[in-house]
Design a protein around this ligand. Structure first.
Ligand SMILES: NC(=O)c1ccc[n+]([C@@H]2O[C@H](COP(=O)([O-])OP(=O)(O)OC[C@H]3O[C@@H](n4cnc5c(N)ncnc54)[C@H](OP(=O)(O)O)[C@@H]3O)[C@@H](O)[C@H]2O)c1
Length: 265
């Protein structure tokens, strides 16, 4: 399709998106422009053929699709300074900024234009993100293009914008929750005899395999659990003890606490 993509804010997320789009072949390096104030740190991308600039106006003038990847407190000032630059027809703005609504973006721009809000997670760095997207004022074709773009960087799903906070908790904070689960497995694994490296490999690959079973078989977790739990066996003994200690309950309470915290702030 040869669309030109600009990324305003070449930090952790912005550069991960650029790298992922290049590696997947979705866009050629020469069709990506990344900005940041200290553009010298984009040298690695520049060497691969990506265009770099410290002028955000260049990015908006250049691109069919502009990805905004700066910190939330910078959005107002940056979009305010660029509002005269966005094209009237066809240009799409994608914001990966946490906690800034489409309505707030429209207010910064002073007008409505096709806007997509996206919530990826840190696994975007290895093209394994779960990215939730919500849009307003886009055509189906524009939204599908953004969906395809994030599918190159993992999996994307369209959601209602009102679920964006919930997506942040389940999809983005979820990475930390999963890491804690894995860490606890490693600690337990060491206690029952493994060295740390072997325990880490076994715990991480087992969690990856469990997730793949659900994604590939499209089954319910309990169906997969039934296959492992021999009557009177060690798996059900362990699982039931975890539940007696509040395992599922503590996870659900943690998710809800995160959600309430976002809603309050
Ligand atoms: N990291 C994640 O996995 C993740 C996941 C979901 C959502 N998010 C959201 O994505 C956004 C970016 O996160 P991040 O972790 O990538 O932050 P980050 O590493 O701090 O990147 C932000 C970048 O913006 C650049 N910047 C600052 N002012 C600028 C300006 N006026 N013009 C152009 N670039 C400017 C900064 O570089 P200079 O200082 O050199 O300009 C910096 O490299 C945040 O809103 C975050 O909430 C991140």
């Amino acid at each position: 399709m040869n669309k030109k993509i600009a990324i305003i804010g070449g930090g952790n997320l912005g550069t991960a998106i650029a790298e992922g789009l290049m590696q997947s072949g979705f866009v050629q390096p020469k069709h990506i422009l990344v900005t940041k104030r200290n553009k010298a740190t984009l040298y690695g991308l520049e060497k691969k053929g990506v265009l770099v600039s410290d002028k955000n106006e260049d990015a908006v003038r250049y691109a069919d699709l502009v990805i905004l990847a700066v910190k939330p407190f910078q959005v107002k000032e940056i979009l305010g300074s660029l509002k005269g630059e966005f094209k009237e027809n066809g240009q799409v703005l994608v914001s990966v900024v946490t906690g800034v609504s489409i309505e707030e973006i429209v207010a910064c721009l002073g007008r409505k234009m096709p806007i997509v809000r996206a919530m990826p997670n840190t696994a975007i760095a290895i093209q394994e993100s779960m990215t939730c997207i919500a849009a307003q004022y886009t055509s189906e074709e524009q939204l599908q293009y953004v969906h395809d773009l994030f599918d190159q960087l993992g999996e994307a799903v369209r959601i209602d914008e009102k679920l964006m906070n919930a997506a942040t908790v389940l999809g983005a904070c979820g990475t930390a929750f999963a890491m804690r689960y894995i860490r606890a497995n490693i600690q337990g694994g060491i206690e029952i005899g493994f060295d740390a490296a072997t325990a880490t490999l076994i715990a991480a690959q087992t969690v990856k395999g469990a997730a793949e079973l659900l994604l590939k078989n499209k089954t319910h977790p309990e169906y997969e659990i039934d296959k492992v739990t021999t009557p009177k066996g060690c798996t059900i003994a362990g699982l039931n003890e975890m539940e007696h200690q509040g395992f599922s309950s503590s996870l659900i309470k943690g998710l809800v606490a995160s959600y309430e915290k976002i809603a309050k702030d």
